[in-house]
Design a protein around this ligand. Structure first.
Ligand code: WT7
Length: 644
């Protein structure tokens, strides 16, 4: 792919933290001498109460990894307390409300007090080291306080995205047996309220062990109240001391659980631990975003996703940075909002998802050029492959050609950046996540599990442990081994396919399993299928992704109805509503096609390859259909296809 455009490292990034020479030297050292490399990095980035006895050891063939064993530390001491001597009055969090007239600056001293108070509330409610606490919050500072308060007392947080339905929330609370839930009366997004407490009430009705529901008053809207369980957050934090002793944690003690979708079964509770996770997020925050003292950094993700965990809360705060938290959506009040916020708070680094970039690109350049954007220095993207057209628009129109783009490839399971350019070290190519971050050894494997040398395409796997590697699937360790460490023995299997070009640059080609990426939200096709077949009139369903201009992938559902059922538009609406109810609005089908039959092999396996092709309207590459039990069903599906 020598015809691909390459953008050189901009002149003004010559003095970045990492340049081409230091990247090469440090990367080689991180791979060849991980003990020495990570000892130094930990000394630079982390404060231990007790020094670790060992730096790292792993055996990926058993899915085992241990980082900084024997070390003791508390994440909140690293993210807050140790910054106080120098930065008590520096802003830790800038909160930008949904309403453009509302914002708030929270200093490190205030953050310390808020986190300590809430930590004391948790302790007073019986929360101890190792207990799980569920957080179901809008994008308000209390969401970050809640995560950090858990970390302060050694509790394991499980943040559930505020867009998930009561059923999805219930499943997650039960799976990790969370005894405390922290939520808000309502969230506000794009001028509309989100009924979080009402959703929580529905979920908690089926969670008898959850004895406390702490409720932040965000809007003051009318809500139901169960006096035996519900506690106003503001009342509770007012009654406790403003200081709280941090719980000393082992380096490998759990920090959080975050549920994510796979190709089969219910979402998995990905478990991350303390020291390694914090080190990798802190290092990657500083180096990927070339973070400078005093800069304002803005990641538009929600704290309900791993991006919010690693790059709104932990990575930035561990570096003593100023992190912006945005309650609203990029298109409210209009498509100029992001750039207005950039100007208002003098944002230096802006990190968002391709789906947002494409939506803003579609709205027109005048929304961008209306704002000055002079403060911007670095632009980031994450969550799904970015098409070169959107990349170019981001680079030229938003960044006016002066801001390097960091296209960061990683996953909930990897905790932090795995493939990414570094602004002062890596020339960029639109659409490529470029090269590995320190300590990351990517490989491409062929169908037989052999490593592909040089340029080529295959399954993307990782050959050695990195500090923020997934440690377990909560409550089902075997599932972690089966999902990530069994496909290719001795490797971590990512589930993504990738191509490597002659310069060693990686190009993610998308999932190789049945996982969808809709607007950067990850979903298993099996989850949506399970929701659809809950309907009495549905006999069977098969869900696939198809290319969508804004969302990256849209959700295309083939539905077979019970014999004799009339296929009506009203029924389609019911099915859409069912997916929203079972999973949440992010799982709303884009297209439902009635399928009198599904293409199956003689052994009864649905041939999704064919369904994907029909959904994408790529009929000339359907492939071989002769092995189907009944090839004629394909003609029917083609005839009535809904995307053309
Ligand atoms: C999947 C992980 C990483 C945090 C947000 C999503 C896709 C992610 C990129 C990128 C191409 C990407 C992959 C990956 N993905 N970033 N820069 N280029 N694809 O985390 O929900 O765990 O999803 O998102 O397919 O496997 P996640």
């Amino acid at each position: 792919m020598s015809d691909v455009k390459t953008y050189p490292i901009p002149q003004n990034f010559q003095d970045a933290h990492i340049n081409k020479e230091t990247y090469d030297v440090m990367y080689a050292r991180s791979i060849n001498e991980p003990e020495a490399f990570y000892r130094e990095q930990a000394e630079q980035f982390l404060t231990f109460e007790r020094a670790p006895d060992a730096i790292c050891s792993w055996d990926l063939s058993k899915g085992e990894a241990s980082w900084f064993a024997g070390g003791k530390l508390n994440v909140t001491v690293n993210c807050i307390d140790r910054h106080l001597p120098a930065r008590a009055q520096q802003t830790a969090i800038i909160w930008e409300g949904d309403d453009p007239a509302v914002d708030k600056h929270i200093t490190y001293a205030e953050l310390h007090e808020q986190v300590c108070r809430l930590a004391n509330v948790l302790r007073a409610r019986g929360v101890k080291k190792g207990d799980r606490v569920c957080i179901y919050m809008p994008m308000i500072p209390e969401a970050a306080y809640a995560m950090l308060a858990c970390a302060r007392v050694g509790a394991v947080h499980s943040v559930v995205f505020g867009g998930f339905s009561p059923d999805a929330l219930k499943d997650r609370i039960l799976d990790s047996d969370c005894r405390v839930l922290i939520t808000a009366d309502e969230g506000v997004r794009g001028g509309k309220s989100v009924a979080l407490k009402a959703n929580a009430d529905k979920a908690l009705a089926a969670c008898p062990n959850t004895h406390t529901c702490l409720v932040v008053k965000r809007t003051g809207g009318a809500i139901q109240w169960d006096a035996s369980r519900d506690v106003w957050y503001h009342d509770a934090v007012a009654e406790v001391p403003a200081e709280c002793e941090p719980e000393p944690m082992d380096a490998e003690d759990p920090l959080f659980i975050l549920y994510t979708s796979g190709s089969t079964g219910k979402p998995k509770g990905v478990l991350h631990t303390t020291a390694g996770y914090l080190l990798h997020t802190a290092m990657s925050f500083k180096y990927t975003f070339d973070y400078r003292e005093g800069e304002v950094y803005w990641c538009t993700a929600d704290v309900g996703w791993v991006t919010g965990h690693s790059y709104i809360v932990y990575g930035p705060l561990c570096n003593g940075a100023t992190t912006l938290m945005f309650e609203g959506v990029p298109t409210y009040p209009d498509a100029s909002r992001c750039w207005q916020v950039v100007d208002k708070h003098k944002v230096n680094t802006f990190y968002t998802a391709p789906t947002a970039i494409r939506a803003l690109m579609g709205a027109g350049n005048e929304y961008v050029t209306r704002a000055s954007r002079q403060s911007l220095r670095i632009l980031g993207t994450v969550g799904e492959p970015i098409n070169p057209e959107a990349w170019e628009w981001y680079f030229h129109t938003v960044g006016e050609g002066r801001c390097p783009i960091v296209d960061t490839w990683w996953q909930t399971e990897t905790g932090g950046h795995m493939l990414t350019p570094l602004p002062g070290a890596t020339a960029t190519k639109p659409g490529s996540a470029t090269l590995p971050f320190f300590g990351v050894q990517p490989v491409l494997l062929d169908g037989e599990g052999r490593e592909i040398e040089g340029a080529g395409e295959g399954s993307l796997a990782i050959k050695a442990s990195w500090p923020s590697q997934i440690r377990s699937v909560y409550g089902d360790h075997q599932r972690m081994l089966d999902t990530y460490f069994s496909t290719f023995k001795g490797y971590y299997f990512t589930g993504d396919g990738a191509r490597r070009d002659a310069d060693g640059y990686y190009w993610i080609t998308g999932r190789v399993d049945d996982v969808l990426n809709v607007s950067g939200h990850r979903m298993g096709t099996a989850e949506i299928e399970s929701a659809l077949v809950l309907h009495d009139l549905v006999a069977e369903s098969a869900v696939v992704g198809y290319p969508h201009d804004i969302k990256g992938q849209g959700i295309y559902c083939y539905v077979t109805l019970m014999a004799g059922t009339e296929p009506t538009d009203a029924l389609k609406k019911e099915l859409v509503a069912l997916c929203t109810k079972e999973i949440g609005p992010i799982a709303k089908p884009d297209i439902i096609q009635w399928a009198p039959g599904l293409p199956k092999t003689r052994s009864g396996k649905i041939m999704r390859r064919i369904l994907r092709k029909i959904a994408a309207n790529e009929l000339d590459t359907l492939g071989d259909t002769s092995t189907l039990a009944d090839p004629s069903v394909v003609d029917e599906l083609i005839e009535n296809r809904a995307n053309r």
